[in-house]
Design a protein around this ligand. Structure first.
Ligand code: IPM
Ligand code: MG
Length: 355
């Protein structure tokens, strides 16, 4: 029996996680495995109930589990708290505490959702199926932060710092993922300006030398932002540092036109991982039964695949999601003319029915 630490979080987090658990339970029945869920707190709800965004018990529960399934954290209610007390500090804290340095964000255009893509048809005629591998526990997010006032001038800084081993291991992850895909890695940095990027490039080249079977290229981050809208089919696996990856993964998500569909995995050097949708907590639509549960359901399939070794069940759930879309059902966020708009519950039932 695999132990899953569940963090529902805030906003639509609880409803999309409930939906993913229903799907997991259906798959467990069908494919004969058992999951044991341990519910814990993080984010705004943890601030309200325990006074901190990431209670120790949550970190301990996560460490004692095989994987973590997360909804989303944050909301206007907690927006005025200082940086280290905000719900997002819970997310950053758990990434660091569990050593989840490899953030895997696939951006795939589902064929039934091709009209959702904001790019012209001729730009995406070769499809869109890429993965952003984002370094998640280093860079400006975790470097030294300072705010100082000197001679009446207030200034603030966030140190973007990387060491060679942090770069090496994430670039290795990217090559490993590429070896199971189209065998191409593009390392993205700003080596024409940033010292940390120059080290990134030096280390990335060393890793590339060890994998001659994989095509390796380098791109400056500003150019990459442009190439993603100019010709996204050129990419297979993009590997980049934390802040660049945060920005580029939102851009890539928008290319699919369906943020509500995109899953993610954050892994450490073992098979342990935290799985969450790329979208946020969307407090404006929380509790209305209209949120799209697919991103969380697909995050759960990544969990089955990467942490639990249950790829057959993962395949079945992914096929079920595609089949429901192909039948013309859509949640409101991905609705288009001629489709049938359904709520969170109905979407979940439909997907269950196809497993
Ligand atoms: C993400 C989010 C987080 C990040 C925020 C909520 C702290 O934007 O996972 O991409 O910047 O990493
Ligand atoms: Mg982000």
């Amino acid at each position: 029996m695999s132990k899953i630490c569940v963090i529902k979080g805030d906003g639509i987090g609880p409803e999309v996680v409930d939906s993913a658990i229903e799907i997991l339970n259906k798959a467990a029945e069908k494919f004969n495995f058992k999951l044991d869920y341990n519910y814990t707190l993080m984010g705004g709800i943890a601030i309200d109930e325990t006074g901190v965004p990431l209670p120790k018990e949550t970190v301990n529960a996560a460490k004692a589990s095989d994987a973590v399934l997360l909804g989303a954290v944050g909301g206007a209610k907690w927006d005025n708290l200082p940086g280290d007390k905000r719900p997002e500090a819970g997310l950053l804290g758990i990434r660091k505490a569990l050593g989840l340095y490899a953030n895997i964000r696939p951006a795939k255009l589902f064929t039934p959702l091709i009209n959702a893509c904001p790019l012209r048809r001729r730009v995406i005629k070769n499809g869109l199926d890429l993965v952003i591998v984002r370094e998640l526990t280093g860079g400006a997010y975790f470097g030294k932060k300072r705010t100082v006032t000197k001679d009446g001038v207030k200034s603030a800084s966030d140190l973007m710092i990387y060491s060679d081993f942090e770069i090496g291991r994430i670039v290795e992850t990217a090559f490993e993922i590429a070896s199971k895909r189209k065998k191409s890695v593009c390392s993205v940095e700003k080596a024409n300006v940033l010292e940390s990027s120059r080290l990134w490039r030096e280390i990335a080249r060393k890793v590339a030398d060890r994998h001659p079977e994989i095509q390796y290229s380098e791109m400056l981050v500003d150019n990459c932002a442009m190439q993603l809208v100019r010709n996204p089919s050129q990419f297979d696996v993009i590997v980049t540092e934390n802040l660049f990856g945060d920005i580029l993964s939102d851009e890539a998500a928008m290319l699919t036109g369906s943020l509500g569909m995109l899953p993610s995995a954050s892994l450490n050097e073992t098979s342990f991982g935290l799985y969450e949708p790329v979208h946020g907590s969307a407090p404006d639509i929380a509790g209305k039964n209209i949120a799209n549960p697919c991103a969380t359901i697909l995050s759960a399939t990544m969990m089955l695949r990467y942490s639990l070794g249950l790829s057959e069940a993962a395949d079945a759930i992914e096929a079920a999601v595609e089949a429901v879309l192909a039948d013309g059902y859509r949640t409101r966020d991905i609705a288009e003319e001629g489709c049938r708009v359904v709520g969170t519950d109905e979407m979940t039932e439909l997907i269950k029915g196809k497993i």
